[in-house]
Write a protein that binds this ligand. Sequence first.
Ligand SMILES: [Zn+2]
Ligand SMILES: [Zn+2]
Length: 77
Amino acid sequence: MLELRPTCERCYKELPPESTEAMICSFECTFCISCVEKYPEKKCPNCGGEFQKRPIRPKHLLEKFPASTDFFFKPRD
Ligand SMILES: [Zn+2]
Ligand SMILES: [Zn+2]
């Protein structure tokens, strides 16, 4: 299940679960769409993977499966 991380790892922009600007790679490195546009070939700077738009979890399921609130910024190596 996706964590639905709350912020862009690069610019700290808030990316709430209903955000249409959230992009994730297969490891769920999470960036806003404007940061993704700045990376060469729009590849993830952490793992080199491709980005996809993060799907929006329906509201009624968010109550049962809440989004992560862990603040996450520093890219891992
Ligand atoms: Zn950003
Ligand atoms: Zn990644």
